[in-house]
Design a protein around this ligand. Sequence first.
Ligand SMILES: [Zn+2]
Length: 388
Amino acid sequence: MRAVVCSNADLEVVERPEPVPRHGQVRIKVLRCGICGSDLHARHGIDAWADIAARAGYDRLARSADELVLGHEFCGEVAEHGPGCRRGSPAGTPVVALPLLRGAHGVDTTGLSVHAPGAYAEQTLVEESLMMPVPNGLAPETAALTEPMAVAWHAVRRGEVGRRTVAIVIGCGPIGLAVILLLKAKGVRAVVASDYSPARRALASACGADVVLDPAHGSPYTAVRRRGHLEDIPAALELAVGTREKLERLPFGWWHAWRLGEALGAAPRHPVIFECVGMPGVIDSIIDGAPLFSRVVVVGVCVGVDRITPAMAINKEIDLRFVLGYTPLEFRDTLQMLADGDVDPSPLITGTVGLDGVETAFTMLGNPETHAKILIDPQSTAVSPAPA
Ligand SMILES: [Zn+2]
């Protein structure tokens, strides 16, 4: 079969043997595979990433000199069952799967480890237990977005965003856009999106963001003033003392009323801010600009060392959360949302290439003005991203 191999930052289309499914695994024919921002990063910076993963106990992420087949956002068609499969989905069934593969040494990350070659190829392997049939005749290009949309769904869930919460999305690349789509699908009324790129801002609008702005010309945090957020320390002190003064007028102990208020969920109103950039300095700029008590969900992956000012985060009691991946349930629910039409990710897809066009697609994805998500169709001969 044909596959794109990444080694020492070179991308090359090569012939490789068809993968053989082991116990409980299924070989699938790849229909579409998304090019992820982390693939672009892996091409040049996977060693730093592999070092960090090893420190967290996973030492089988690929190294730059390895021959790695990337691709973890895919949709395929069942081709062959390995031994011990339950065979719930017969050959030819369109499927998606979590990009994890059980090997001799444990579970590996598909498309980021040489032990689990990814879907920049005509064929790849999946675990039958992590494979799900694509419902409702959903198109493969949409189904292939289940994985990145599940990342965004996990982030939105970790943000504990209510419909009346103001959500602010910093960075409108594919993940920021996916977060916007899922916030709107969840019924969040006020979604603010911020990006320096005019093309990305246009996509944010297409994905349903209510307020879209250029951070060079306005602050995403002042765009949500007069929502009852506490802008500064005097406002927080005023709230504490003022509330205490009001409760003083009650004929019973003020602490009973305060405790009841807390039990009913009364708390200072605050936005939830999604960091979807992943560059040094972004988290600190959010801490600096955000209203008090803001919750910050870090989705963008900054692999290098970054600096923050803890005292500023303390002054504002910023709630900083980091997110990774999704659960199998979140993946399944995301697929169902796509199949039910609750969320339409089509604005994200800006082009499709064949395996021979992957190198060009990587180059073009470096410019936010031209593309957001490019899909690979291994059967296509397109060497430059054609409109989807
Ligand atoms: Zn990804």
